[in-house]
Design a protein around this ligand. Structure first.
Ligand code: GDP
Length: 295
């Protein structure tokens, strides 16, 4: 995960590690390399610039130049700032409803259906919930079948209504079915398109208004870098969602989305997807991710 970024940051900070004492010029040069590493990882220019400016301020404020181990202190400052940028403490999912309604949003191919299954499995196994999956993609029958395959595999109920082309009606019927059958969590998988368009945004926005979920999650493919951040912004403007799910972190992603998304939409990344299997789901902990990035 983020091998390239890790290597570059390590190289940038390594220069300082050997120094017993350092100068302001050393700090500036190191931070220039840190910024370059972030840009290479597809972090937006302004975010990268603000990031290194903040580290610089802290470094000078904390007397890095006269500290005993300036290199170590710089690594710590970068790690702290990276943690802060990715979102501080981890936040859970709101499960206060009865049933708790979780609405999944995102582009087609982002991993919504896969993640819906992963989340249902996680909530059943780790939180002792009885989830119901609801298939609301009325455009692609294959998407409904896919959710049934996931449900069958996990032995988790799936509600669908093939032929019904009204996603709000399906979502509402799914919630009614959940109440009748003792499901205390309803996960609603919705239709995505290949790019942000008005019809998709109107549809998800109308579903959102009609069912008033406790939790609206935005699913995004981490491999798409700055596009992921732009898409997040578009969805957040419409839905004011509660959290981000970053998928495909097992792939050759550069890391830009993981680093930038929180500061653009000011919403936490709640979970990450790290593979195609139903078990490949992890709670996102910014500090652990920063540790991983900085080795
Ligand atoms: P949807 O169109 O948003 O519902 O996306 P899907 O759930 O169908 O996922 C699209 C593709 O991405 C499928 O081939 C999934 O197996 C794959 N996928 C989803 N999540 C992950 C992940 O975390 N890692 C990897 N490697 N593949 C994933």
């Amino acid at each position: 995960m983020f091998n390239n970024l890790s290597e570059k940051l390590d190289k940038a900070l390594h220069v300082l590690k050997g120094h017993g004492s350092i100068t302001e010029v050393n700090v500036a040069e190191t931070l220039k390399e840190v910024r370059r590493a972030l840009l290479d990882a597809d972090v937006n220019f302004k975010i990268a610039k603000d990031f290194t400016n903040r580290v610089k301020e802290k470094a000078l404020g904390q007397d890095v130049l006269t500290s005993l181990q300036p290199g170590q202190l710089m690594v710590k400052l970068v790690k702290d700032e990276l943690t802060e940028l990715m979102g501080g403490d981890a936040e859970g999912i709101n499960l206060s409803g009865n049933p708790s309604i979780i609405l999944m949003s995102g582009l087609q191919g982002s991993g919504k259906t896969t993640f819906s299954g992963k989340l249902a499995n996680y909530l059943r196994n780790k939180k002792s919930k009885k989830p119901l999956l609801v298939a609301c993609d009325v455009y692609r029958p294959a998407a409904i079948d896919q959710l049934h395959v996931v449900g069958d595999q996990l032995k988790i109920d799936v509600y669908s209504d093939k032929g019904n082309n009204n996603p709000i009606a399906i979502a509402q019927a799914g919630i009614a079915y959940a109440k009748e059958n003792g499901h205390n969590v309803v996960i609603i998988d919705t239709a995505g398109r290949l790019a942000v368009d008005k019809a998709m945004m109107d549809e998800i926005s109308n579903i959102h208004k009609a069912i008033q979920p406790q939790e609206t999650l935005f699913v995004v493919d981490s491999m798409t870098g700055q596009d992921a951040v732009n898409t997040a912004k578009a969805f957040n403007d419409i839905l004011n969602f509660d959290g981000v799910i970053l998928t495909k972190l097992d792939g050759d992603t550069r890391g830009g989305a993981a680093i930038s998304i929180k500061s653009v939409v000011n919403k936490p990344i709640k979970f990450i997807g790290t593979g195609e299997k139903m078990e490949a789901i992890d709670v996102f902990y910014p500090s652990r991710m920063a540790d991983r990035i900085l080795g």
